[in-house]
Design a binder for this molecule. Structure first.
Ligand code: NAD
Length: 358
């Protein structure tokens, strides 16, 4: 077997996965196999520019379908698996947790078992170079008081929501499979991402699109919850670096160094929109007048803050965008890409694309 040139990515039709695929295809010569079952969160339009790229293919497959995942691994012989597929929205996990347990916990289990069987067929040096990179979140650490130190890689897990508990479970499975079955893994835990192609149920795109439509801008509680924000393209760069250069068995925290309260984020979007989209919907004097405080989310975490010193020191990664520059790019992108989000809002993005990727 020659040098392995393929990366299998799960969840590549989602927000972060599609950014990662765009990044890898633009900076490397790897082939990409994108395993994505296209849930409501998967959007083929986010990768429409690559549907005829011979280095890229999409396999519409559930990560719980272990048998077919194994067949794919045997067929494509990936050098890396980068596992992002997950149910990712905290509010949905509170309303109906079962799909989170199935995909995030059992799906990761099936990916690990498929990998274990695949590795039995790989010989050195290919086996030696193989990595299973698991993508996780800072939410596994629970929350922080306003004066607490930031999360490090050694912070004990203390998840609060069904979403974060399911991600914490999957992280434990990955570490256990690494130790017991010697699967070479790396794990990353990242803070809140924002940027282009973000599904409009999440705070930043929701606020941009509601404002453009003159609709209320809902803010949970008093809006004082603090999150650390990272521009998605910076995350994609960090993920590719960790997959290709990270040390086996290590965990790397990834954050933007941008702690902001939710109300600060919403006010900043309103300010940028005043400048970039001054023509407002009828009856709207200032975008910020649309802000509406709504009943808080149950169990809502107060603060997340992540210390990225390790990945900065060990792998030389640091974010290129500040919160301000990234947010401006994001708002600009939504203003210039109406078709993408209009298809999401109308539901048309769920129609199978003819002549698209397989
Ligand atoms: P997303 O919801 O935008 O995308 C998830 C993708 O996974 C979708 O394309 C969906 O179709 C696919 N998928 C879901 N269930 C599947 C299944 N059973 N089989 C195959 N495909 C399936 O998510 P995202 O925001 O891009 O997050 C990606 C990963 O990063 C997740 O693991 C998430 O926990 C983690 N993460 C996200 C953030 C964030 O701010 N968005 C922050 C830290 C970590």
């Amino acid at each position: 077997m020659g040098e392995l040139k393929t990366i299998l990515i799960t969840g590549g039709m989602g927000f972060i996965g599609s950014a990662l695929i765009r990044h890898i295809l633009s900076v490397s010569s790897y082939n990409i196999v994108n395993v994505d079952k296209l849930t409501y969160a998967g959007n083929q339009d986010s990768l429409s520019g690559y549907s005829s790229d011979s280095r890229y293919s999409h396999e519409k497959l559930d990560i719980c379908d272990q048998k077919n995942i194994e067949l794919l691994l045997f067929k494509h012989n990936p050098r890396f698996i980068i596992h992002l597929a997950a149910e990712s929205h905290v509010d949905r996990s509170i309303d109906s947790p079962s799909e989170f347990m199935r995909t995030n916990v059992m799906g990761t289990y099936h990916m690990l078992e498929a990998t274990r069987n695949y590795l039995k067929t790989l010989k050195d040096p290919s086996r030696d170079k193989f990595r299973f990179h698991h993508i996780s979140t800072d939410e596994v650490f629970g929350d922080l008081a306003r004066t607490d130190d930031m999360f490090t890689e050694d912070t004990p897990y203390d998840p609060s929501s069904p979403y974060s508990a399911s991600k914490a479970s999957s992280d434990h499975l990955v570490r256990a499979w690494s130790r017991t079955y010697k699967i070479p893994v790396v794990i990353t835990n990242c803070s809140n991402n924002f940027g282009p192609f973000h599904f409009p149920e999440k705070l930043i795109p929701l606020v941009i699109l509601n404002a453009l439509h003159g609709k209320a801008l809902p803010v949970y509680g008093d809006g004082s919850q603090i999150r650390d924000w990272l521009y998605v393209e910076d995350h994609a760069k960090a993920l590719f670096k960790v997959a290709t250069e990270g040390l086996i068995g290590e965990t790397y925290n990834i954050g933007g160094g941008n702690e902001k309260s939710n109300i600060e984020v919403v006010l900043k979007i309103c300010e940028i929109l005043e400048e970039l989209a001054p023509k407002k919907p009828t009856g709207v004097l200032f975008y910020r007048d649309l802000i509406e405080f709504v009943k808080d989310r149950p169990g809502h975490d107060i603060r997340y803050a992540i210390d990225s010193t390790k990945i900065q020191n060990d792998l030389g990664w640091s974010p290129e965008e500040t919160f301000e520059t990234g947010l401006r790019k994001t708002v600009q992108w939504y203003l210039e890409n109406r078709e993408w989000w209009e298809n999401v809002l109308s539901g048309d993005y769920r129609l199978e694309r003819i002549g698209g990727s397989k």
